[in-house]
Write a protein that binds this ligand. Structure first.
Ligand code: NI
Length: 169
């Protein structure tokens, strides 16, 4: 296991549309273990492959914030197949936008399919913070950040703060 450096916005590597994984390999399994370790260490509740510089459709999620209780998800090629019309608001943050938060509106309930670490297709129906988190991570795979869901004014403000943050690193 290894901690991976997390890319901080603004960075063009976070605006890339990621590729589907055709075959799950040991390399993918190692990557997902490292992504989970990196996410827990940060700490965060979700991480997408492009945030660690990999342009494949892979995410990890654990909303329990309790490491080691098997409540994590490792998802390859996650795909939303249904979402509710009803929207919910959550204050979102992102490990690629440190210390920045904003209210984002998304469907409250989703059904999705994904491929697990054994290469088996799984289905999940979920709502609440897990649904929000998964949608946020899938956005990353399409090169979108949570700030792309808010007003340009607020987005520009956050990006300015992040530029300052990166300049001070
Ligand atoms: Ni994020």
């Amino acid at each position: 296991m290894a901690l991976l450096p997390i890319i901080v916005a603004p960075d063009s590597r976070l605006n890339v549309k990621c590729e589907d994984v055709n075959k799950v390999t040991d390399e993918h399994r190692r990557l997902m273990d490292d992504m989970l370790e990196t996410m827990y260490d940060a700490p965060g509740i979700g991480l997408a492959a492009p945030q660690v510089g990999v342009t494949e459709r892979i995410i990890v999620v654990d909303i329990s914030s309790t490491k080691g209780d098997n409540s994590f998800y490792k998802m390859i090629n996650p795909k939303i197949i249904w979402h509710s019309d009803q929207l919910v608001d959550y204050e979102e943050g992102c490990l690629s936008l440190p210390e920045q938060y904003a209210q984002v509106q998304r469907p409250g309930e989703i059904h999705l399919s994904y491929v697990d670490h054994d290469g088996v297709v799984q289905n999940l129906k979920t709502s609440g913070i897990l649904a929000t988190c998964i949608q946020h991570e899938i956005d990353h795979l399409d090169g979108r950040l949570f700030v792309d869901h808010i007003s340009k004014l607020r987005r520009d403000l956050i990006i300015r703060k992040l530029k300052k943050y990166k300049a001070a690193l």
